[in-house]
Design a protein around this ligand. Structure first.
Ligand SMILES: *Cc1c(COP(=O)(O)O)cnc(C)c1O
Length: 421
Protein backbone atom coordinates (compact mmCIF):
# COMPACT_ATOMS: atom_id res chain seq x y z
CA UNK A 1 0.00 0.00 0.00
CA UNK A 2 1.49 3.34 -1.02
CA UNK A 3 0.78 6.51 0.94
CA UNK A 4 3.45 8.64 -0.76
CA UNK A 5 1.19 11.52 -1.72
CA UNK A 6 -0.35 11.62 1.75
CA UNK A 7 3.09 11.61 3.33
CA UNK A 8 4.29 14.51 1.15
CA UNK A 9 1.16 16.51 1.79
CA UNK A 10 1.46 15.89 5.52
CA UNK A 11 5.01 17.23 5.53
CA UNK A 12 3.72 20.45 4.00
CA UNK A 13 0.63 20.52 6.22
CA UNK A 14 2.76 20.32 9.35
CA UNK A 15 4.30 23.69 8.50
CA UNK A 16 0.90 25.33 8.15
CA UNK A 17 -1.49 23.54 10.50
CA UNK A 18 -0.57 22.53 14.04
CA UNK A 19 0.20 18.80 13.91
CA UNK A 20 -0.72 18.96 10.22
CA UNK A 21 -4.45 18.75 10.92
CA UNK A 22 -7.60 20.73 11.68
CA UNK A 23 -8.64 18.57 14.66
CA UNK A 24 -6.34 16.42 16.85
CA UNK A 25 -7.83 12.93 16.37
CA UNK A 26 -7.03 13.14 12.63
CA UNK A 27 -3.27 13.28 13.25
CA UNK A 28 -2.64 9.57 12.74
CA UNK A 29 1.06 8.78 13.31
CA UNK A 30 3.39 8.80 11.43
CA UNK A 31 1.05 10.58 9.02
CA UNK A 32 -2.65 10.37 8.14
CA UNK A 33 -4.08 9.50 4.75
CA UNK A 34 -5.54 12.49 2.96
CA UNK A 35 -9.02 11.97 1.59
CA UNK A 36 -9.78 12.51 -2.05
CA UNK A 37 -13.48 11.61 -1.91
CA UNK A 38 -15.99 9.45 -0.11
CA UNK A 39 -19.22 7.74 -1.08
CA UNK A 40 -21.48 5.30 0.75
CA UNK A 41 -19.40 3.10 3.07
CA UNK A 42 -16.10 3.89 1.30
CA UNK A 43 -13.48 6.58 1.71
CA UNK A 44 -10.73 7.04 -0.91
CA UNK A 45 -7.34 8.63 -0.30
CA UNK A 46 -5.20 10.71 -2.67
CA UNK A 47 -2.91 7.72 -3.33
CA UNK A 48 -5.83 5.74 -4.73
CA UNK A 49 -6.41 3.45 -1.72
CA UNK A 50 -9.99 2.74 -0.72
CA UNK A 51 -11.18 1.83 2.76
CA UNK A 52 -14.44 0.63 4.28
CA UNK A 53 -15.09 3.43 6.75
CA UNK A 54 -16.17 2.84 10.37
CA UNK A 55 -15.15 6.32 11.57
CA UNK A 56 -17.78 7.99 9.40
CA UNK A 57 -16.54 11.46 10.34
CA UNK A 58 -16.70 10.38 14.01
CA UNK A 59 -20.45 9.98 14.09
CA UNK A 60 -22.46 12.27 11.80
CA UNK A 61 -22.68 10.06 8.69
CA UNK A 62 -25.30 7.53 9.81
CA UNK A 63 -26.46 7.19 6.20
CA UNK A 64 -22.91 6.81 4.91
CA UNK A 65 -20.97 9.35 2.86
CA UNK A 66 -22.61 11.57 0.25
CA UNK A 67 -26.11 10.13 0.61
CA UNK A 68 -27.88 11.12 -2.63
CA UNK A 69 -31.13 12.26 -0.95
CA UNK A 70 -29.27 14.50 1.49
CA UNK A 71 -27.14 15.79 -1.34
CA UNK A 72 -30.27 16.76 -3.26
CA UNK A 73 -31.71 18.54 -0.22
CA UNK A 74 -28.52 20.55 0.18
CA UNK A 75 -28.41 21.43 -3.52
CA UNK A 76 -32.07 22.54 -3.47
CA UNK A 77 -31.29 24.80 -0.54
CA UNK A 78 -28.15 26.20 -2.19
CA UNK A 79 -30.27 27.26 -5.16
CA UNK A 80 -32.22 29.49 -2.77
CA UNK A 81 -29.18 30.90 -1.02
CA UNK A 82 -27.34 29.43 1.95
CA UNK A 83 -27.07 32.11 4.59
CA UNK A 84 -29.67 34.77 5.31
CA UNK A 85 -29.20 36.12 8.80
CA UNK A 86 -32.98 36.00 9.19
CA UNK A 87 -35.36 33.41 10.62
CA UNK A 88 -36.53 30.63 8.28
CA UNK A 89 -39.47 28.23 8.17
CA UNK A 90 -36.94 25.38 7.99
CA UNK A 91 -35.70 25.98 11.53
CA UNK A 92 -39.22 26.10 12.91
CA UNK A 93 -40.01 22.79 11.22
CA UNK A 94 -36.86 21.09 12.48
CA UNK A 95 -37.37 22.46 16.01
CA UNK A 96 -40.92 21.07 16.02
CA UNK A 97 -39.72 17.64 14.91
CA UNK A 98 -36.92 17.49 17.47
CA UNK A 99 -39.21 18.63 20.29
CA UNK A 100 -41.66 15.90 19.23
CA UNK A 101 -39.00 13.22 19.49
CA UNK A 102 -37.21 14.27 22.70
CA UNK A 103 -39.51 14.43 25.72
CA UNK A 104 -36.88 16.54 27.54
CA UNK A 105 -37.07 19.25 24.88
CA UNK A 106 -39.92 21.77 24.99
CA UNK A 107 -37.86 24.47 23.34
CA UNK A 108 -34.42 24.64 21.78
CA UNK A 109 -31.80 26.79 20.12
CA UNK A 110 -29.76 25.90 17.04
CA UNK A 111 -26.02 26.52 17.15
CA UNK A 112 -23.20 25.43 14.83
CA UNK A 113 -21.29 22.75 16.78
CA UNK A 114 -21.64 20.34 19.68
CA UNK A 115 -19.05 22.39 21.54
CA UNK A 116 -21.25 25.46 21.39
CA UNK A 117 -24.27 23.39 22.39
CA UNK A 118 -22.75 22.12 25.64
CA UNK A 119 -21.16 25.50 26.43
CA UNK A 120 -24.51 27.23 26.05
CA UNK A 121 -26.45 24.49 27.84
CA UNK A 122 -24.20 24.86 30.88
CA UNK A 123 -24.60 28.64 30.78
CA UNK A 124 -28.39 28.27 30.64
CA UNK A 125 -28.39 25.78 33.54
CA UNK A 126 -26.25 28.11 35.61
CA UNK A 127 -28.43 31.10 34.70
CA UNK A 128 -31.56 29.18 35.59
CA UNK A 129 -30.34 27.93 38.95
CA UNK A 130 -28.20 30.95 39.86
CA UNK A 131 -25.48 28.46 40.86
CA UNK A 132 -21.91 28.03 39.61
CA UNK A 133 -20.67 24.47 39.93
CA UNK A 134 -21.40 21.56 37.67
CA UNK A 135 -20.43 17.89 37.63
CA UNK A 136 -19.07 16.02 34.65
CA UNK A 137 -18.16 12.37 34.32
CA UNK A 138 -14.47 11.46 34.13
CA UNK A 139 -13.55 10.80 30.53
CA UNK A 140 -16.74 12.44 29.28
CA UNK A 141 -16.16 14.63 26.23
CA UNK A 142 -18.32 17.69 25.67
CA UNK A 143 -16.33 19.55 23.06
CA UNK A 144 -13.33 21.84 23.42
CA UNK A 145 -14.44 24.80 25.56
CA UNK A 146 -12.68 25.79 28.76
CA UNK A 147 -14.99 24.53 31.49
CA UNK A 148 -15.28 20.95 30.22
CA UNK A 149 -11.64 20.29 29.33
CA UNK A 150 -11.06 18.43 32.54
CA UNK A 151 -10.71 14.71 32.04
CA UNK A 152 -8.40 12.64 34.14
CA UNK A 153 -9.66 13.30 37.62
CA UNK A 154 -7.90 11.85 40.62
CA UNK A 155 -10.94 10.90 42.63
CA UNK A 156 -14.55 11.78 43.04
CA UNK A 157 -14.34 14.87 45.14
CA UNK A 158 -11.24 16.68 43.87
CA UNK A 159 -11.66 19.97 42.14
CA UNK A 160 -11.00 19.99 38.42
CA UNK A 161 -7.61 20.77 36.99
CA UNK A 162 -7.54 21.80 33.33
CA UNK A 163 -6.28 19.32 30.72
CA UNK A 164 -4.95 22.02 28.44
CA UNK A 165 -2.59 24.95 28.67
CA UNK A 166 -4.29 28.29 28.23
CA UNK A 167 -7.13 27.56 30.63
CA UNK A 168 -6.85 29.47 33.90
CA UNK A 169 -7.51 27.17 36.84
CA UNK A 170 -10.15 29.67 37.87
CA UNK A 171 -12.15 28.64 34.80
CA UNK A 172 -12.38 25.02 35.87
CA UNK A 173 -12.58 25.38 39.62
CA UNK A 174 -16.34 24.88 39.35
CA UNK A 175 -16.00 21.69 37.31
CA UNK A 176 -16.41 18.64 39.57
CA UNK A 177 -15.87 15.09 38.42
CA UNK A 178 -17.14 11.64 39.23
CA UNK A 179 -16.52 8.21 37.67
CA UNK A 180 -19.16 6.75 35.35
CA UNK A 181 -21.39 3.98 36.75
CA UNK A 182 -20.76 5.03 40.34
CA UNK A 183 -23.97 6.34 41.89
CA UNK A 184 -22.46 6.54 45.39
CA UNK A 185 -19.67 8.89 44.25
CA UNK A 186 -22.21 11.04 42.42
CA UNK A 187 -24.57 11.19 45.39
CA UNK A 188 -21.75 12.21 47.66
CA UNK A 189 -20.48 14.99 45.39
CA UNK A 190 -24.03 16.30 45.02
CA UNK A 191 -24.56 16.32 48.77
CA UNK A 192 -21.22 18.01 49.44
CA UNK A 193 -21.79 20.79 46.91
CA UNK A 194 -25.52 21.29 47.03
CA UNK A 195 -25.46 24.99 47.91
CA UNK A 196 -23.72 25.96 44.67
CA UNK A 197 -24.38 23.07 42.26
CA UNK A 198 -26.18 23.93 39.00
CA UNK A 199 -25.97 20.85 36.78
CA UNK A 200 -24.70 17.41 35.90
CA UNK A 201 -23.62 17.01 32.27
CA UNK A 202 -23.06 13.49 30.95
CA UNK A 203 -23.05 11.29 27.90
CA UNK A 204 -25.66 8.60 28.73
CA UNK A 205 -23.47 6.15 26.80
CA UNK A 206 -19.85 7.27 26.93
CA UNK A 207 -19.08 7.57 23.24
CA UNK A 208 -15.71 9.25 23.42
CA UNK A 209 -13.88 6.60 25.39
CA UNK A 210 -15.39 3.55 23.95
CA UNK A 211 -18.41 3.09 23.99
CA UNK A 212 -18.79 2.47 27.71
CA UNK A 213 -22.36 1.50 28.63
CA UNK A 214 -24.41 2.44 31.70
CA UNK A 215 -24.74 -0.50 34.06
CA UNK A 216 -28.12 -1.73 35.35
CA UNK A 217 -30.28 1.12 36.64
CA UNK A 218 -27.45 3.66 36.74
CA UNK A 219 -29.16 6.24 34.50
CA UNK A 220 -32.46 5.91 36.40
CA UNK A 221 -30.61 6.39 39.68
CA UNK A 222 -28.82 9.42 38.24
CA UNK A 223 -32.18 10.89 37.28
CA UNK A 224 -33.55 10.24 40.76
CA UNK A 225 -30.69 11.79 42.71
CA UNK A 226 -30.47 14.87 40.46
CA UNK A 227 -34.22 15.40 40.66
CA UNK A 228 -34.28 15.07 44.44
CA UNK A 229 -31.50 17.64 44.77
CA UNK A 230 -32.64 20.15 42.13
CA UNK A 231 -29.58 19.57 39.95
CA UNK A 232 -30.27 20.21 36.25
CA UNK A 233 -29.54 16.94 34.42
CA UNK A 234 -28.06 17.53 30.96
CA UNK A 235 -27.72 14.57 28.61
CA UNK A 236 -25.07 15.30 26.03
CA UNK A 237 -26.53 13.31 23.14
CA UNK A 238 -24.28 14.73 20.44
CA UNK A 239 -23.31 11.14 19.59
CA UNK A 240 -26.25 9.11 20.92
CA UNK A 241 -28.99 11.41 19.60
CA UNK A 242 -30.62 9.86 16.49
CA UNK A 243 -28.04 7.04 16.84
CA UNK A 244 -29.53 4.81 19.57
CA UNK A 245 -33.08 5.71 18.55
CA UNK A 246 -34.96 8.64 17.00
CA UNK A 247 -35.28 9.98 20.53
CA UNK A 248 -31.69 9.13 21.42
CA UNK A 249 -30.47 7.45 24.59
CA UNK A 250 -33.30 9.03 26.57
CA UNK A 251 -35.81 7.08 24.49
CA UNK A 252 -33.65 3.94 24.45
CA UNK A 253 -33.24 3.85 28.25
CA UNK A 254 -36.51 5.58 29.17
CA UNK A 255 -34.82 8.28 31.25
CA UNK A 256 -35.76 11.92 30.67
CA UNK A 257 -33.19 14.61 31.53
CA UNK A 258 -33.97 18.32 32.02
CA UNK A 259 -31.82 19.45 29.12
CA UNK A 260 -30.33 17.82 26.03
CA UNK A 261 -27.54 18.69 23.62
CA UNK A 262 -27.50 17.34 20.07
CA UNK A 263 -25.23 17.65 17.04
CA UNK A 264 -23.43 15.39 14.58
CA UNK A 265 -26.21 13.30 12.88
CA UNK A 266 -28.84 16.04 12.92
CA UNK A 267 -26.80 18.22 10.52
CA UNK A 268 -26.76 15.53 7.83
CA UNK A 269 -22.98 16.00 7.61
CA UNK A 270 -23.09 19.81 7.75
CA UNK A 271 -22.18 21.74 10.91
CA UNK A 272 -24.89 21.92 13.56
CA UNK A 273 -25.52 21.85 17.28
CA UNK A 274 -28.68 22.01 19.37
CA UNK A 275 -29.36 22.66 23.01
CA UNK A 276 -32.84 22.30 24.36
CA UNK A 277 -34.81 21.52 27.45
CA UNK A 278 -37.67 22.46 29.72
CA UNK A 279 -39.48 25.65 28.73
CA UNK A 280 -38.60 27.33 32.02
CA UNK A 281 -34.90 26.93 31.31
CA UNK A 282 -34.73 27.64 27.57
CA UNK A 283 -36.95 30.71 27.86
CA UNK A 284 -34.14 32.24 29.88
CA UNK A 285 -32.00 32.38 26.74
CA UNK A 286 -31.70 35.74 24.92
CA UNK A 287 -33.67 37.51 23.64
CA UNK A 288 -36.54 36.10 25.72
CA UNK A 289 -34.31 35.93 28.81
CA UNK A 290 -31.00 37.11 30.20
CA UNK A 291 -28.74 34.14 29.39
CA UNK A 292 -26.83 35.48 26.40
CA UNK A 293 -26.24 33.30 23.36
CA UNK A 294 -25.85 34.22 19.68
CA UNK A 295 -24.30 33.01 16.40
CA UNK A 296 -23.90 34.22 12.80
CA UNK A 297 -24.27 30.68 11.43
CA UNK A 298 -26.86 29.41 13.93
CA UNK A 299 -29.73 27.66 12.15
CA UNK A 300 -27.73 27.70 8.91
CA UNK A 301 -30.34 26.86 6.22
CA UNK A 302 -28.29 24.17 4.45
CA UNK A 303 -27.57 22.36 7.74
CA UNK A 304 -31.21 22.54 8.77
CA UNK A 305 -32.43 21.36 5.36
CA UNK A 306 -30.02 18.43 5.53
CA UNK A 307 -31.18 17.69 9.09
CA UNK A 308 -34.85 17.61 8.09
CA UNK A 309 -33.99 15.16 5.31
CA UNK A 310 -31.99 12.89 7.62
CA UNK A 311 -34.94 12.74 9.99
CA UNK A 312 -37.29 11.80 7.15
CA UNK A 313 -35.06 8.98 5.98
CA UNK A 314 -34.38 7.64 9.49
CA UNK A 315 -38.08 7.42 10.13
CA UNK A 316 -39.38 6.24 6.74
CA UNK A 317 -36.77 3.54 6.27
CA UNK A 318 -36.86 2.29 9.88
CA UNK A 319 -33.14 2.75 9.89
CA UNK A 320 -32.55 2.04 13.58
CA UNK A 321 -34.13 -1.40 13.43
CA UNK A 322 -31.85 -2.40 10.58
CA UNK A 323 -28.72 -0.78 12.00
CA UNK A 324 -29.27 -2.33 15.42
CA UNK A 325 -29.51 -5.77 13.81
CA UNK A 326 -26.28 -5.19 11.88
CA UNK A 327 -24.63 -3.90 15.06
CA UNK A 328 -25.68 -7.01 17.04
CA UNK A 329 -24.47 -9.31 14.31
CA UNK A 330 -21.14 -7.49 14.16
CA UNK A 331 -20.67 -7.66 17.95
CA UNK A 332 -21.62 -11.35 18.09
CA UNK A 333 -19.31 -12.36 15.27
CA UNK A 334 -16.44 -10.31 16.69
CA UNK A 335 -16.98 -11.86 20.12
CA UNK A 336 -16.78 -15.31 18.51
CA UNK A 337 -13.54 -14.38 16.76
CA UNK A 338 -12.03 -13.08 19.99
CA UNK A 339 -13.17 -16.18 21.92
CA UNK A 340 -11.91 -18.60 19.24
CA UNK A 341 -8.49 -17.00 19.44
CA UNK A 342 -8.49 -17.18 23.21
CA UNK A 343 -7.81 -13.44 23.49
CA UNK A 344 -8.77 -11.68 26.71
CA UNK A 345 -10.23 -8.79 24.68
CA UNK A 346 -13.80 -7.58 24.96
CA UNK A 347 -16.32 -6.52 22.36
CA UNK A 348 -18.55 -3.72 23.60
CA UNK A 349 -21.26 -1.70 21.92
CA UNK A 350 -24.88 -0.73 21.55
CA UNK A 351 -27.14 -0.13 18.55
CA UNK A 352 -24.81 0.71 15.64
CA UNK A 353 -21.74 1.38 17.80
CA UNK A 354 -19.05 -1.19 18.55
CA UNK A 355 -15.49 -1.54 19.69
CA UNK A 356 -12.98 -4.21 20.68
CA UNK A 357 -11.30 -3.27 23.91
CA UNK A 358 -7.80 -4.66 24.16
CA UNK A 359 -8.43 -5.56 27.77
CA UNK A 360 -11.31 -6.07 30.20
CA UNK A 361 -14.81 -4.77 29.58
CA UNK A 362 -14.65 -1.22 30.98
CA UNK A 363 -17.15 0.42 33.32
CA UNK A 364 -15.47 3.83 33.42
CA UNK A 365 -12.57 5.97 32.23
CA UNK A 366 -9.96 4.46 34.52
CA UNK A 367 -10.80 0.98 33.18
CA UNK A 368 -10.40 2.14 29.59
CA UNK A 369 -7.00 3.63 30.35
CA UNK A 370 -5.78 0.14 31.30
CA UNK A 371 -6.34 -1.24 27.77
CA UNK A 372 -3.40 -1.95 25.46
CA UNK A 373 -3.29 1.32 23.52
CA UNK A 374 -0.07 0.53 21.63
CA UNK A 375 -1.35 -2.89 20.64
CA UNK A 376 -4.50 -1.24 19.36
CA UNK A 377 -2.50 1.20 17.21
CA UNK A 378 -0.57 -1.66 15.59
CA UNK A 379 -3.87 -3.34 14.88
CA UNK A 380 -5.23 -0.10 13.44
CA UNK A 381 -2.46 0.04 10.79
CA UNK A 382 -2.97 -3.59 9.85
CA UNK A 383 -6.66 -2.88 9.35
CA UNK A 384 -5.82 0.07 7.13
CA UNK A 385 -3.60 -2.17 5.01
CA UNK A 386 -6.56 -4.57 4.75
CA UNK A 387 -8.73 -1.73 3.45
CA UNK A 388 -10.67 -1.06 6.65
CA UNK A 389 -10.61 2.36 8.35
CA UNK A 390 -11.42 1.91 12.05
CA UNK A 391 -10.83 4.77 14.50
CA UNK A 392 -7.12 5.41 15.07
CA UNK A 393 -7.51 5.24 18.84
CA UNK A 394 -8.63 2.76 21.50
CA UNK A 395 -10.86 5.58 22.79
CA UNK A 396 -12.98 6.21 19.71
CA UNK A 397 -16.10 4.30 18.72
CA UNK A 398 -16.74 2.38 15.48
CA UNK A 399 -19.95 3.40 13.75
CA UNK A 400 -22.02 1.44 11.22
CA UNK A 401 -24.04 3.25 8.55
CA UNK A 402 -26.93 2.21 6.33
CA UNK A 403 -24.49 2.26 3.43
CA UNK A 404 -22.50 -0.70 4.79
CA UNK A 405 -23.40 -3.79 2.75
CA UNK A 406 -23.26 -7.44 3.78
CA UNK A 407 -20.19 -7.73 1.60
CA UNK A 408 -18.54 -4.85 3.52
CA UNK A 409 -19.30 -6.51 6.83
CA UNK A 410 -17.96 -9.91 5.73
CA UNK A 411 -14.74 -8.31 4.44
CA UNK A 412 -14.41 -6.40 7.69
CA UNK A 413 -14.83 -9.52 9.81
CA UNK A 414 -12.18 -11.33 7.76
CA UNK A 415 -9.86 -8.36 8.29
CA UNK A 416 -10.48 -8.45 12.05
CA UNK A 417 -9.80 -12.15 12.12
CA UNK A 418 -6.56 -11.85 10.14
CA UNK A 419 -5.23 -8.81 11.96
CA UNK A 420 -6.12 -9.72 15.53
CA UNK A 421 -3.67 -12.59 15.05
C1 LIG B 1 -18.40 15.44 19.19
C2 LIG B 1 -18.96 15.71 20.52
C3 LIG B 1 -19.09 17.03 21.01
C4 LIG B 1 -18.53 18.21 20.29
O1 LIG B 1 -19.18 18.44 19.08
P1 LIG B 1 -18.43 19.33 17.96
O2 LIG B 1 -19.44 19.48 16.89
O3 LIG B 1 -17.21 18.55 17.56
O4 LIG B 1 -18.06 20.61 18.60
C5 LIG B 1 -19.73 17.21 22.22
N1 LIG B 1 -20.22 16.18 22.92
C6 LIG B 1 -20.10 14.91 22.49
C7 LIG B 1 -20.70 13.81 23.30
C8 LIG B 1 -19.46 14.64 21.28
O5 LIG B 1 -19.32 13.37 20.87
Amino acid sequence: MSLDKSRDLYNKARTLLPGGVSSPVRAIKPYPFYTESASGSKIKDIDGNEYIDYCLAYGPNILGHANPTIKQAIISQLEKGWLYGTPTELEVNLAEKIAGLYPSIDMLRFVSTGTEATMSALRAARGFTGKNKFIKIEGGFHGAHDAVLVKAGSGATTLGKPDSLGIPEDFTKNTLQVPFNDIEALTQVIENNQDDLAALIMEPVMGNIGPVLPKGDYLKDVRKVTEENDVVLIFDEVITGFRLAMGGAQEYFGVTPDMTTLGKIIGGGLPIGVFGGMKEIIEMVAPSGSVYQAGTFSGSPASVAAGLTVLDILKKEEVHKKLDATGSMMRNRLSEIVADMGLDYNVVGIASMFKIFFGDKPLNYQDVLKCDKEGYLKFFFKMLESGVFVPPSQFETNFISTAHTEDDIEKTLLAYEANLK
